[in-house]
Design a protein around this ligand. Structure first.
Ligand code: F6P
Length: 753
């Protein structure tokens, strides 16, 4: 009611104002016009009066009978509007006049009137002068005075009418306008609602399309609406990002509140805990894997089930009858479900298609991908087996399934077929190449369709998302909405989003010893361990022994450093921790041999009798040992030729609570997009890397501190809980929207009563 009143007033007030202004302009115009018309009327009447008077007075005038003339003039003035008459001689002498003739008006007005063709207005009188004649003989001039009060009366009447008509018209126009405005407004509101519902359908991958397409006249608004929704969305995300302190507790709370404690199932090839046969029974080993580094703390926080390949020699001994084991071994907080693979399966799916095909395909690192049909068959088979394991482990019809990495591109579609209500999130831990490079995969369509069975597909960087969208655009029939970064194939929408992965920020140590002292102790211990002098400078590399990591380039840069700055000979060593990886593959064996050979060559060339410039450690190191190296070194070197993120860079930063140490970081690692205070290098430019090493080794402490402080703040805030949290928040939103749409859908189809 109030709204209607306000709306009406919004139209009525301006209209009333406009009418008022119009009336102010029009009324004087009406006055002037009516006056003009009436004066002309009086003028004509005066002529008629003069004609009749001329006939009446001709005889008495010839007889010089002035009383008879007066009597006839008096009779003539009985007309209402005719006030008085006077007869003057041609020389301007009053001959006779009626009794009402004003004394102030003598015959002198005659000449003045002669020059005023429409007569003269004197006070309330209008006077005209009409010459009278009989044949050629002049009878004198008749002065005719009319009472103009009647003109004023009529003018006032006309004004009243005009204002009345204006007001009435105004009222009618206002009523019509308000009515039309109401009707249009209702139409607009309905159209905007349709648009909002259509946008909701678009933005909600799991929701059916409920809303009709917006009316054509609304389409110009559609872009604005989308921009607005996007702004709101990014503001909300920013708000989530800036207001939440991401910790395991935040993640648990989020699961409880946003996902109402829904079950979480992770699928990956690499398992987080590997049981190996040791001399005294099974021993647990943690694999060298960025994926495990990131996902494991998340699973500790969320519980749930992690399905992975049981690859350890003692894995079978440690599971229960349903192939499950609680982990972490000392304090279990989630379930590891192991899937067993035959040798042929592992050879085809893991070594073959995943690591000889997809791995080099996605890392542009100058190793040719190899695609074999037999490997593809195994890849499909194993993907199917893992999807079945997800379905078997699911306790509900709509679990949240987190599929990890390139080993399982087909799992999302396979799971979707069996659990259509599941929320499936895929995270692709390695880069996504451009469409030309990806196009050489013989099963590119199957891979893309498999991935697009998911609701959310995550990459480390926007650049990889863009490459993926372009690849789909090139090879599939799909609807791609770039604004919302959503791809829809066969009615299944997938949101493609960047979620930069990170590490669990380490807890502050329990000891009271200040960081600088603890680091000094770690430095001393490291030098003692590798028999290096106390003041010796150490650069550190920590990688899987993989050709994408740029280890050859790093060694060449060390060699070049010693050439360019010989002062470092005998004072500097690169400790390269190189965890053996995929050693069954020829390419990796060749690579390992190359690395060993080059390291030996540099040691021989520059080692002399002193400490070796390169210490190559081709062996697994547990996390404690790696941490000890991070804390004891001066420089950490990451020279990946192509890397999704590279968590070594972030782990090094996490370990340096003394805010010292320098990070040399490849521009081709995703981490370079976040860690701007590192010394960023092109690993192919050996001289540049050598100079960066020199700059790092000679960097003043104050500069080290400033750079490290800034990077620590970033990694602490953008930690792995935020990475997982943002994905799960997005998943939670999708699930809520899907539920809302399901309800709306029911309401919409319900019979209207
Ligand atoms: O981070 C990328 C990644 O390929 C993971 O998927 C994998 O767990 C890790 O590197 C180590 O590789 P792999 O499991 O083949 O030893």
């Amino acid at each position: 009611m109030m709204r209607t009143l306000r709306l009406s007033l919004r139209f009525v007030v301006p209209l009333a104002l406009a009418l008022f202004v119009l009336a102010l302009l029009v009324v004087p115009l009406v006055d002037a016009l009516t006056m003009k018309w009436f004066v002309r009327d009086v003028e004509i009447r005066s002529g008629l009066v003069a004609d009749s008077v001329q006939a009446l007075i001709a005889a008495p005038l010839a007889a010089g009978d002035l009383p008879a003339i007066r009597e006839r003039l008096e009779r003539t003035t009985r007309d209402d509007r005719l006030e008085a008459l006077a007869l003057c001689t041609d020389d301007g002498t009053m001959m006779v006049h009626t009794s009402a003739w004003p004394a102030s008006l003598g015959c002198q007005v005659g000449p003045a009137i002669a020059t005023a063709p429409r007569g003269l207005i004197e006070g309330r009188l209008h006077v005209t002068a009409k010459p009278l004649a009989q044949g050629d003989r002049s009878l004198g001039t008749l002065l005719v005075a009319h009472d103009m009060n009647f003109v004023r009366r009529r003018s006032a009447d006309a004004r009243t009418w005009v204002i009345g008509v204006f007001l009435l018209t105004g009222l009618i126009v206002t009523a019509i306008t308000v009515l039309m405005a109401h009707l249009s407004l209702r139409g607009w509101i309905a159209s905007v609602r349709d648009m909002l519902r259509a946008e909701m359908s678009r933005a909600s991958p799991a929701a059916p399309a409920l809303a009709p397409a917006p009316a054509p006249e609304m389409t110009p608004l559609l872009g604005d609406l989308r921009d607005m929704l996007r702004d709101i969305e990014s503001e909300r995300r920013l708000h989530d990002d800036t207001t939440l302190q991401w910790t395991p507790h935040t993640l648990r709370t989020l699961l409880r509140e946003q996902l109402s404690g829904d079950e979480i199932i992770v699928v990956s090839n690499r398992e987080p805990y590997i049981h190996e046969t040791g001399p005294d029974g099974p021993v647990v080993r943690r694999p060298a894997s960025g994926l495990v580094t990131a996902v494991e703390p998340v699973m500790r926080a969320c519980s749930g089930t992690w399905i992975a390949h049981g690859s350890g020699s003692a894995d079978r001994e440690t599971v229960d009858a349903r192939d499950r084991v609680g982990v972490p071994p000392r304090n279990p907080s989630y379930t590891l479900r192991r899937v067993w693979l035959t040798e042929a399966e592992e050879a085809g799916y893991y070594y073959g298609f995943s690591n000889e095909g997809l791995w080099p395909l996605c890392h542009i690192a100058h190793v040719r991908p190899v695609f074999r049909s037999a490997d593809w068959e195994q890849y499909r088979l194993v993907n199917r087996r893992f999807a079945d394991a997800v379905v078997a482990e699911a306790k509900t019809e709509d679990p949240v399934v987190l599929v990890q990495d390139y080993h399982f591109a087909l799992v999302p579609r396979y799971v979707r077929e069996q659990l259509p209500k599941a929320t499936i999130i895929v995270f692709w831990h390695i880069p996504w190449p451009n469409p030309e490079s990806f196009g050489i995969c013989p099963w590119k369509r199957e891979i893309l369709e498999g991935l697009l069975g998911s609701d959310i597909l995550g990459f480390h960087t926007r650049y990889h998302c863009k490459n993926f969208l372009e690849t789909v655009d090139r090879f599939l029939e799909a609807r791609i909405e770039h604004e919302s970064s959503t791809i829809t194939v066969a009615g299944q929408p997938t949101r493609v989003e960047a979620y930069p992965i990170s590490i669990a920020w380490p807890d502050p140590p329990a000891s009271e010893t200040p960081p600088a002292e603890r680091v000094a102790a770690a430095r001393a211990a490291l030098r003692e361990r590798w028999e290096l002098p106390e003041s010796h400078c150490i650069a550190l590399g920590v990688d899987r022994l993989d050709y994408t990591k740029g280890i050859i380039e790093r060694l060449r840069a060390v060699e070049r450093l010693l050439e360019l700055h010989p002062e470092w000979i005998g004072r500097f060593t690169l400790i390269q921790i190189a965890a053996p990886s995929r050693a069954a593959l020829d390419e990796y064996q060749r690579f390992q041999a190359q690395v060993r050979e080059l390291a030996a060559h540099i040691d021989e060339r520059f080692g002399g009798n002193g400490p070796p410039p390169v210490r190559l450690l081709v062996e697994h190191h547990d996390s404690e040992s790696v941490q000890a190296h991070y804390r004891g070194c001066d420089v950490c070197v990451v020279t990946s030729l192509h890397d999704g993120m590279n968590l070594v860079a972030k782990e090094f930063i996490g370990a340096r609570d003394d805010e010292r140490g320098v990070l040399v970081l490849s521009q081709f690692a995703g981490a370079a997009r976040e860690l701007h205070e590192a010394l960023i290098v092109n690993p192919y430019h050996i001289d540049q890397v050598a100079e960066a090493l020199h700059a790092a080794l000679t960097m003043p402490e104050a500069e080290q501190q400033a750079r490290m402080h800034s990077m620590r703040q970033l990694v602490r805030e953008f930690n792995v809980y935020r990475w997982a949290g943002r994905m799960l928040l997005d998943a939670g939103r999708l699930r809520r929207r899907a539920r809302l749409h399901a309800r709306l859908g029911e309401t919409d189809t319900a019979p209207k009563t």
